[in-house]
Design a protein. Structure first.
Length: 410
């Protein structure tokens, strides 16, 4: 293996991706082999997974200047597709998010994640004129890139995917130089709103902490007052709106955070998933030997709840190995962003790393009952062709970041 190849080909990212894919293939086979048309699931995943690795290698050779030039066009195309799917798409599990072409389902929102990251990275750092994200105009214009697809995807009734779009915006802003104070002003109302559900005492303690933090930052007094009022109103309004809901609506919201409150309804999958993972022990029950999973206590476990399959059949060892591989993959993407001399590629890589981290954290967390169930697949592992290809494209661009790490802004 030549020194030039080693220096330019991101072997660590490629191998970790391939290993995660293999775990996904094995898990999907185990979850679907005894179901009607089960071969369609695992054979499609294997075919597109292996083909996708070829796409990863091809994308890794694309120069950043070419990718940046077409980013706005790709973003516009993805917005058009999101509109078209609302008009002509097929409803699956309550979400009107799919086109069906020749027996294959295509979900435009999965690819819209990529194009939105590319568009924001181009806007902020794709030219010699570097934009300051601390300026309100730049901040608002950047947010518009996210707002448009979020609104369209929300109209498709796909709440989980809309949250993914919010997961990469702040990390990209922070990487681009957003001040800690601005970051605090954005995040604190969200945290305080969640604390308002825990009770008044937690809400007021949180408000006191925010007041102390604002004093510590020592910013303009009017800005600090505005930030404090924003936090108070946000927390108060969320709790007020919740109290005005009907009891059955409140129950649905509580079940998202506490599955045990609705064990036969929306909390059923989480409870069964925890039983499956807990029964796996250290080494697991063995391939195809799971009881909860093989007896199909968890519906469609090859999608969002596939981690419980791994936990039951391969135990702590298997699930721990998968977690380590994901940590390596995400860390390598962040490392690529750090060493890149090109601001566009660096921001893009951070955006993709944030998407992977969000998916991984929420998916694993919801299968063990510590995160809300919002329909987020496990990257490269859960069944889904659109999801699989979109994540592999992200990997390819992250590998291109490594290959062209010494290329400066054009």
């Amino acid at each position: 293996m030549s020194e030039k190849f080693v220096n330019k080909f991101d072997i660590i990212l490629f191998i970790s991706t391939a290993l995660i894919l293999i775990i996904g293939f094995v898990s999907i086979y185990s979850a679907t082999h005894s179901t009607p048309n089960g071969a369609d699931f695992y054979l499609k995943q294997i075919y597109f997974g292996i083909s996708g690795l070829g796409i990863v290698i091809l994308i890794s050779y694309i120069n950043p200047k070419h990718m940046s030039k077409i980013s706005y066009f790709l973003y516009g195309l993805s917005v058009v597709l999101l509109i078209l799917v609302l008009l002509f798409g097929k409803v699956i599990n309550g979400n009107k998010s799919w086109f069906y072409i020749g027996g294959f389902g295509i979900q435009p929102s999965e690819f819209a994640k990529i194009t939105t990251v590319l568009a924001i990275a181009t806007f902020i750092g794709g030219s010699e004129e570097q934009k300051d994200v601390n300026k309100l105009a730049v901040f608002i214009k950047s947010c518009i890139f996210v707002v448009i697809p979020v609104v369209l995807i929300k109209l498709q009734n796909d709440t989980g995917t809309t949250l993914v779009f919010l997961s990469f915006l702040l990390p990209m802003f922070f990487w681009a130089g957003l001040s800690p104070f601005a970051l605090f002003v954005i995040i604190s109302p969200i945290i305080l709103s969640l604390l308002s559900f825990a009770g008044n005492i937690y809400f007021y303690i949180g408000l006191l902490v925010i007041l102390i933090a604002l004093f510590t930052f020592k910013r303009n007094v009017y800005i600090s007052i505005f930030a404090f009022i924003l936090n108070f109103v946000s927390g108060f309004f969320v709790k007020y709106a919740y109290d005005k809901l009907e009891p059955y609506q409140q129950k649905r919201i509580l079940a998202v955070f506490d599955p045990a409150s609705d064990p036969l309804g929306s909390g059923y999958n989480v409870i069964q998933s925890k039983v499956a993972i807990g029964s796996g022990g250290i080494a697991g029950k063995g391939f195809l030997q799971g009881t909860q999973t093989q007896l199909k206590f968890i519906p469609e476990q090859w999608t969002d709840f596939i981690f419980c399959m791994i936990g039951e059949e391969f135990g702590f060892v298997g699930s721990g190995l998968l977690i380590i591989l994901f940590l390596i993959l995400i860390s390598k993407m962040v490392s690529n962003a750090y060493i890149s001399k090109n601001r566009f590629f660096s921001l893009t890589c951070i955006g993709f790393a944030s998407i992977f981290l969000f998916h991984f954290t929420i998916n694993v967390g919801m299968t063990v009952g510590i995160m809300p169930v919002i329909g987020i697949p496990l990257p490269l592992v859960s069944y889904g062709i659109s999801s699989l290809l979109s994540f592999l494209i992200m990997i390819g661009i992250a590998m291109a970041t490594y290959r062209y790490k010494t290329v400066y802004n054009m």
